[in-house]
Design a protein around this ligand. Structure first.
Ligand SMILES: NC(=O)c1ccc[n+]([C@@H]2O[C@H](COP(=O)([O-])OP(=O)(O)OC[C@H]3O[C@@H](n4cnc5c(N)ncnc54)[C@H](O)[C@@H]3O)[C@@H](O)[C@H]2O)c1
Length: 321
């Protein structure tokens, strides 16, 4: 049996479901026959606008920091995917108190309500940021060296998951996403920012020497790994790297984007110093997932190479309304 058939007729809750990854997760869950509730403030827009007529979807414009208002929507939910968070380098660096509020108080509210309502699984969107800088591919067992408030809050969220399992037997899955990209991502992030500027013929800016590396993961692959690990018993009380196992430098990324857009000769890629938007102190210079665990347990390898992911993203970008 395809493990994803388990979602048919299941009742799930997705916090942050109107965001980038959340919107793809909700879309896929609905296509698998799940009944989906979403809680999201939608302060950055509603990326599930196109799904609002689906009778298996209910959407609640609410804030996870307000426990009383979100409580009714946890009733009978079997799986809670907790993705709501303040994200983006600028936001998380300049609004540390808001990050603490949403990522810690909000996470505590969501996990407590999932436990109270006896959810079968709590799926926590953590981040590769928990590892900090290392020269080696990052493995789920660490070492951990969080460098920012955002990274610290993700570690705290992971600890809450372990604590709620010990105290309330709430089973959890921790997902450490490495840079996910694709349609509907907004231009706070490097691929969408390069795409936005380069497609308008504007110069693109690369922080530092551009040799810093990232493990870019196409959103369909990230969502597939999310669903696999959350459905199967093998994912219970486990952490997984959600990446591809391949690293690419920002210089190379810029080259691929300019080539895909056909603007290599027209758009300049310039190097700039770190600044007060992106500081050198919290920069992670090397980021690469070791994905042996997910490959071994679920026999799944991300399918989309960076070049084809950028191509798909470009097509979406050009056709978007
Ligand atoms: N995109 C990535 O590469 C990446 C990498 C590592 C971790 N993550 C994690 O994955 C999750 C989803 O990220 P994303 O890229 O889709 O970001 P996103 O900003 O597109 O989505 C986050 C959503 O959470 C919502 N939200 C924020 N505060 C809220 C609150 N107080 N109450 C309810 N909703 C609230 C936002 O409105 C938004 O729709 C986040 O937890 C993020 O930390 C993402």
């Amino acid at each position: 049996m395809d493990i994803l058939n388990k979602y048919k007729n299941s009742k799930v809750l997705v916090t942050g479901g109107a965001g980038f990854i959340g919107s793809h997760l909700v879309e896929k869950l609905l296509s698998l026959g799940a009944h989906v509730s979403v809680i999201d403030t939608m302060l950055c827009g509603n990326k599930i606008e196109h799904l609002m007529d689906n009778k298996n979807l209910s959407v609640h414009r609410l804030d996870v920091t307000d426990r009383g208002s979100i409580e009714p929507f946890f009733k009978d939910r079997e799986i809670v995917f907790h993705l709501a968070a303040v994200v983006g380098v600028e936001e998380t660096q300049h609004e540390p108190l808001e990050v603490l509020n949403v990522e810690i108080i909000g996470t505590l509210n969501v996990i407590a309500l999932a436990a109270k309502n006896k959810a079968r699984r709590f799926v926590f969107a953590s981040s590769s940021e928990v590892y900090g800088d290392t020269v080696k591919p990052m493995v789920e067992t660490g070492p951990f060296n969080p460098k920012s408030t955002y990274a610290l809050t993700k570690m705290v969220g992971e600890h809450y998951c372990r604590a709620y399992y010990q105290k309330h037997s709430l089973e959890y899955t921790l997902l450490r996403y490495f840079n996910t990209y694709g349609p509907r991502q907004d231009d706070r992030f490097v691929i969408s920012r390069f795409m936005d500027r380069a497609s308008k013929g504007k110069e693109i800016f690369i922080y530092g020497d551009g040799n810093q590396t990232r493990d870019f993961t196409y959103v369909e692959d990230s969502v597939h790994m999310t669903l696999l690990t959350a459905a199967g018993d093998k994912g219970i009380n486990q952490a997984f790297n959600i990446g591809t196992g391949k690293a690419v430098s920002i210089n190379k990324l810029a080259e691929i984007i300019l080539k895909t857009l056909g603007v290599t000769d027209k758009v300049k890629a310039s190097h700039i110093d770190y600044d007060n938007i992106r500081s050198r102190e919290i920069e992670i210079f090397n980021r690469l997932a070791n994905i042996d665990k997910i490959v071994k347990l679920f026999q799944y390898r991300p399918e989309t190479a960076l070049e084809s992911g950028i191509k798909k993203y470009t097509e979406w970008y050009r056709n978007r309304k």
